[in-house]
Design a protein around this ligand. Structure first.
Ligand code: ADP
Length: 488
């Protein structure tokens, strides 16, 4: 029987078509899932709107909401292996990576619990003797959380935890290919004691169900992670409704190797930055700029390291790259590689799918390095979201910064150097939301995350990430006998 969806605290078969979750390694069916209809959407949102207004939730104290999130963290952590496996079955990422994502989801829930307990409303300084002002933070109401297939558990908890800590209700629409973890999260929040109605998980097509959720008048915030085209569409909806958004979108992140970089560390870091998750990460370091003085040496080492990477079954130990999420995506990655060739690029390594033997049933693509392109080439400008690195040479810093910033995206960047002064100077000049110096893809839950330019609007994580699910209200209290001039 198809899996049920979670509508405002009830497990029920969605009234839409049945879809399948497939294991990208061999196309076997993980589960059949029922999907939501527009009727289900309306019901979930109307009940969510009633639920967040309930005095028992509205007036719940921070430590009471925190208690639920601490339990969520404990349950996630206790089930780490099982959840990692479920995540791997859905999107094909190697178990070592999905285990990391699960642990980061637990850490997020715990951080948000602690942070929400210590957040205060503000008393503004008294500017006049006759009144006192207080600024209080209140929930926005029903939040739409729409998430992608590449790191579901991490991005979902990153939205659910702060939105609920802030006193809202959430309707979550996971990517249809990878909805299993979201449904499991609903069970976890239920077990942790989240009152009914505050969370719904609606499986379904983005353009139908995701769109309907975003359009619903009772939805007062859209928190989205995914592609820039969809993000822009949701921003239009939000603009019409005059509601706020957090949009975490695409990237084409530059990694920069300065003349004094530690070649060995940097080459390994660059390979990890692009090829982990088989490049299916918005933050993948997909454009590499190497200083001409060490270009040949660096590239030789990078190719050697890439040759040593194991592409294989994501449940096997020691595998660096699993399959891509599905064959359609593999075709799109391969089209970019063919485009790069037609633009004059040379494929140094990789550049093809693995289609024989154990690889035959999965969507496996070799880690690929392309040289000979100019930053203005389409392959250097568009997000590929696969294991494809374009490499360019540079001579001077001004030119490097201009090229690194010559992108519609501005999500992240990496810098490899022994000189922290240079690293600082370049970090400040880059138009991106996150810069890693002598490391890559490191995250702290307390550091805000988000993009410049077409990579998004707003920041997730940190204390501001919780406040982004709230709105401020200023309350003035008159203190004297003549509150206004006309009362004289
Ligand atoms: P990706 O390229 O990572 O799949 P998408 O932006 O297509 O990025 O998808 C991310 C999420 O957005 C998924 O849950 C998807 O179903 C949803 N989505 C796609 N199109 C729309 C839309 N028009 N309205 C709302 N949600 C959408």
């Amino acid at each position: 029987m198809a899996k049920e969806i979670y509508i405002a605290g009830e497990w029920r078969l969605g009234r839409g078509a049945v879809i399948q979750s497939l294991f990208p390694a061999d196309q076997s069916v993980n589960a059949e899932l029922s999907t939501a209809t527009l009727e289900d959407v309306n019901e979930a949102i109307e009940k969510a709107d009633q639920a967040w207004r309930q005095p028992s939730w509205r007036n719940s104290l921070p430590h009471e909401r925190a208690r639920i999130l601490y339990k969520v963290a404990d349950i996630i952590e206790a089930r780490v292996d099982e959840l990692a496996k479920l995540q791997t079955r859905d999107n094909g990422k190697p178990l070592t990576e999905t285990r990391g994502l699960v642990m980061s989801a637990a850490a997020t829930a715990r951080y948000v619990a602690a942070a929400c307990e210590t957040m205060n409303d503000e008393l503004t300084t008294q500017r006049a003797p006759d009144f006192m002002t207080m600024s209080v933070h209140e929930p926005v109401g029903v939040v739409a959380a729409i998430t992608p297939w590449n790191s579901p558990i991490a991005s979902e908890v990153q939205k659910l935890a702060p939105a609920l800590a802030a006193g809202n209700a959430v309707v979550l629409k996971p990517a249809e290919a990878t909805s299993l973890i979201a449904l499991e999260l609903a069970k976890i929040f239920e077990e942790a004691g989240l009152p009914k109605g505050l969370l719904s998980v609606l499986v379904g097509r983005g353009s139908v169900i995701g769109d309907a959720i975003a359009q619903h008048p009772l939805v007062r915030k859209i928190s989205f992670t995914g592609g820039t085209t969809t993000g822009r569409h949701l921003a239009h909806i939000a603009a019409d409704k005059l509601i706020t958004t957090s949009l975490e979108l695409g990237g084409k992140s530059p990694t920069i190797v300065l003349p004094d970089a530690d070649v060995e560390l940097a080459a390994k870091g660059v390979a990890y930055g692009i090829f982990s998750s088989a490049g299916q990460a918005c933050i993948a370091g997909s454009r590499l700029f190497i200083h001409s003085s060490l270009y040949d040496q660096f590239l030789t080492r990078l190719v050697e390291i890439t040759k040593g990477l194991r592409v294989g079954h994501p449940e096997q130990a020691g595998v660096h790259l699993g399959p891509l999420v599905n064959d359609k995506h593999l075709q799109s990655v391969d089209r970019y590689v063919q485009l790069a060739k037609s633009e004059g690029g040379q494929v140094l390594i990789g550049g093809e799918a693995l289609t024989t033997g154990d690889y035959a049933k999965g969507s496996y693509y070799l880690p690929t390095i392309i040289t000979g392109l100019n930053n203005s080439a389409q392959t250097c400008q568009e997000e590929i979201f696969g294991p494809v690195l374009v490499v360019m040479k540079y001579d001077n810093e001004q030119d490097l910064i201009a090229q690194a910033n010559d992108s519609c995206f501005g999500l992240a960047a990496g810098i490899w150097t022994e000189s922290y002064r240079k690293a600082w100077r370049i970090a400040r000049a880059l138009e991106v939301g996150t810069v890693w110096i002598n490391t890559y893809k490191k995250f702290s839950i307390s550091a805000p995350f988000g993009g410049f330019k077409d990579s998004g609007i707003g920041r997730e994580k940190g204390r501001l990430g919780i406040l982004s699910y709230m709105q401020q209200k200023s309350i003035y209290m008159g203190l004297n006998e003549q509150p206004n001039p006309w009362c004289d």
